[in-house]
Design a protein around this ligand. Sequence first.
Ligand code: MLT
Length: 338
Amino acid sequence: MTQISSLRGLGVSFALAAFAAASPASATNFKIAVGDGAGGTQEALGVAFIKALEEKSGGEHTATLFLNGQLGSEQDTVNDAAMGMLDMSILAINNVTPFSPTVGTLTLPYVIQSVEDAETLTQGEIGQELIANTINDAGVRIIGWAYSGFRVLTNSKHPVTTVEDLQDLVVRVPKNEIMIESYRSWGVNPTPMAWSETFAGLQQGVVDGQDNPYMTINAMRFYEVQKYVTDWRYIFSIEPLIISESVFEGLSEEDQKILLDAGAAATEFSARFLREKEGEIKERLVAAGMEISTPADNEQEFITLATTKVWPEFYDQIGGVEELNKVLVSLGRDPVSE
Ligand code: MLT
């Protein structure tokens, strides 16, 4: 059974109704699961959110971050929040997609090409549509966005600059169909693995590589077990702050507004944090021994394969080619035909 059908099987609306009564309407200390370790964009978003929450509620509400996947794998936290067993989670959008397929538009390879694109999509009309879909499909509401930068490829074996170089590598990917198919379009079969197991998988040589933003590689200390970085741009990592819809619905209108405003303030902080810190973090990784290469041919080989093979496979899941075209046009790019 897929995760989506298992969630639907549970009947998200039933679960919402059942847990609404138990939701912490008077909660003043929300629990926030965080997939990554300290020092990354997830923690930065969380800290900014808590600060804004405390300010805007006059100290009545606060929240506590549980870093490093202490409250479960990122995908498990979506289930737990949907069931009202967890208040909030900060996680990569690719780990929300299995529960709400239309957010896959934000993970399609080579769609988002800059932090400005990420801001345009998440903070505009498209972002509002995706938030509504996520409430309906997954029982969680996105109230803030962290911007983490492009997911670069790391591995322990050799530099990768061409599709050919990838062929002998075992690469870990999240349990996300779009990302799995992206690697397949380049001729390799990646290994889906939960985020919480990835460091150990790299350390023990179960997998040779993975992809994540510089900020995340640093926060997770991957430089201790990975040497080669390929500075490609196939996915820009967006990491939402989600709240259990049943917990949100159990709050007063005034408190709901406080949470939404705190989320907006944290989102704004996150974009600034990335712009200010990413260069410095990249230098730190090089100083720690990582070697960065850029793909040959301006990445064209990767781009052509991924966009021609992967995009059409996911039109249905994201709501049709029209949905992708809405995104492309809003970013000033040409629409594609089916
Ligand atoms: C993943 O690779 O599963 C996620 O991007 C990890 C993260 O949230 O940083």
